[in-house]
Design a protein around this ligand. Structure first.
Ligand SMILES: C[S@@+](CC[C@H](N)C(=O)[O-])C[C@H]1O[C@@H](n2cnc3c(N)ncnc32)[C@H](O)[C@@H]1O
Length: 503
């Protein structure tokens, strides 16, 4: 069986023991221990050692080899039963109901793989189509088509458990736990008390991802918050609590209380940078005074359409001298590009030389568009001064972006920015956005362990007017805020005055 498709990473006994130790500190003695994807059964073994006198142990596993080995492993144990079962074709609701009021502990480590990854390798280890239909589809159910199969598994189990006096304790990615909880919180379904105890996934599974032991203690309470602890060990610390506040998911509830005055409406429009999906053709470097493309060819074209480019790696590292240049074929989305033929014939010839590559760009956004189209382009791209941030880097650091040899610098589509009218304006906002107050506020609403922690949705919540009031410089800010929307196509220009709050 394919290790990736089945998320096959067996949990080391040392980690299993730490999990069992932590659970045994709770005043909860399980009557039944269930491991839904038990593999070689390390969790069953650990739980048996702790609770053998009182409990019944049931493990499920899809893989023939593991099922056989694990059945043999426990053949001499009392009360241990291993069943061969595909998680996705089993009615967990019905099964768990059979235990009536018995205290159930669901333990283990479900596969951490994503459904699109399974699709990419031609795998089938997913909820079955018929199941999808019965449940009106994952997309309909969850409002999205992309999910970790652990997310599906934990939601299924929690839905079946939510009325039992039980505990669920599963290892998973932090983002999975968050998505599971958000699913229940947003639907206002009470599931009880939740906590995450961080583990070192690099050490235990050789994967670089933030992961935890995710515990739900099922009660009728609807607390809508979860506590995150530093580790499983005795000396663990409470790091933060995340949860819902006024229908928004907040990553640090305590800090949020303190900095929520910065949560509002940014009348600057945050933009993402240029998207072209053809870096080998469109992006150029300079070597020995010559422009070189991604194929290593010398590119002899006019200067007209060439702009300096900053990438996420530049912005993320505070580097504002460009290492790359980009061909900007349009001034706004959808603009006719034929004009390049007369204004810059060598550029037109170069683009035509690579027409197959440019026409072959996969994304449907390029279909039925002018030749050599790009996206993320508008008047705002050409403002000489900008304040930008990388969406990919974990450090929250805003960068002031000046022009380069009189040309506006472009950012790539993994960066966000606002455009400014002057150096003073860009300087002013860079200082305020990098203030410790702003960083604490952003840290309280974003989840730094997400792939893209900084999003437009996060940035547009920054209340620039309140930020300037905090620093006693609203007079200056008001001057800038008045014209902030001006450069945005079709954007209204908002005037901020004392006392008005756009919440
Ligand atoms: C991350 S491993 C964990 C194994 C074991 N629980 C442990 O912690 O050592 C995930 C296990 O899930 C099993 N698995 C994957 N897909 C499954 C499915 N659809 N139904 C049941 N088990 C599955 C894999 O074979 C693998 O043994």
């Amino acid at each position: 069986m394919n290790q990736v498709e089945f998320g096959d990473f067996q949990t080391p006994s040392k980690l299993v023991n730490e999990v069992i130790e932590l659970l045994s500190k709770k005043s909860f003695l399980p009557d039944v221990v269930i491991e839904p994807t038990c593999g070689l059964g390390n969790f069953i073994d650990g739980a048996y050692t702790k609770w053998s006198n009182t409990s019944q142990f049931i493990g499920f596993e899809i893989n023939d080899e593991y099922y056989n080995t694990t059945t043999k492993r426990f053949s001499n144990y009392d009360n241990v039963e291993i069943k061969q079962q595909n998680f996705f074709t089993f009615d967990w609701n019905l099964y768990l109901k059979k235990f009536n009021d018995k205290k159930i502990l669901i333990i283990g480590n479900p596969p951490w793989v994503n459904n699109s990854k399974i699709g990419m390798i031609g795998g089938e280890n997913l909820p079955k189509k018929s199941n999808f239909q019965k449940l009106k589809g994952f997309e309909a159910k969850m409002g999205k088509a992309n999910f970790d199969i652990a997310e599906w598994i934990i939601i299924e189990l929690s839905e079946a458990m939510k009325t039992s006096p039980g505990i669920l304790a599963l290892l998973c990615k932090n983002s999975t736990a968050r998505k599971v909880l958000t699913y229940f919180w947003e639907k206002n379904i009470p599931i009880g008390k939740s906590s995450l105890y961080q583990i070192d996934a690099k050490k235990d599974f050789n994967v670089s991802v933030d992961a935890s032991l995710f515990i739900i203690e099922f009660t009728k309470e609807n607390t809508k918050q979860a506590s995150v602890f530093s580790s499983l060990s005795e000396d663990k610390k409470l790091l933060y609590k995340f949860g819902m506040y006024k229908d928004q998911l907040i990553s640090n509830l305590d800090n949020y209380q303190e900095y929520s005055y910065l949560d509002g409406f940014s009348n600057y429009k945050w933009r993402s940078g240029i998207k072209h999906d053809a870096s080998k053709v469109m992006e150029l470097t300079i070597k020995d005074d010559k422009l070189i493309n991604g194929f290593g060819d010398i590119v002899d074209i006019e200067d007209t359409y060439i702009y300096p480019l900053l990438k996420s790696s530049d912005i993320g590292n505070g580097r504002i001298s460009p290492r790359k240049f980009v061909i900007i074929t349009q001034k706004k989305v959808g603009e006719d590009t034929e004009i390049i033929k007369s204004t810059a014939p060598k550029t037109w010839q170069y683009l035509n030389k690579h027409i197959l590559k440019l026409n072959g760009r996969k994304s449907s956004i390029y279909k039925n568009r002018p030749l050599f189209s790009i996206f993320g382009i508008g008047d705002y791209s050409f403002s000489k001064w900008k304040v930008g941030i990388s969406a990919l880097y974990k450090n929250i650091e805003f960068c002031m972006i000046p022009p380069y040899h009189e040309k506006s610098m472009m950012l790539d589509d993994t960066c966000y920015f606002i455009s400014c009218h002057s150096k003073e304006e860009a300087e002013y906002w860079t200082t305020l956005l990098n203030s410790s107050e702003m960083k604490k506020f952003l840290n309280s609403i974003l989840f730094i362990d997400s792939k893209r922690a900084i999003t437009v949705d996060i940035l547009k919540r920054i209340d620039m007017a309140s930020l300037s009031r905090k620093f006693g410089s609203f007079e200056i800010a008001n001057k800038y805020l008045t014209f902030a929307g001006e450069k945005s196509l079709g954007q209204a220009t908002f005037v901020f005055e004392e006392g008005i709050k756009y919440k």
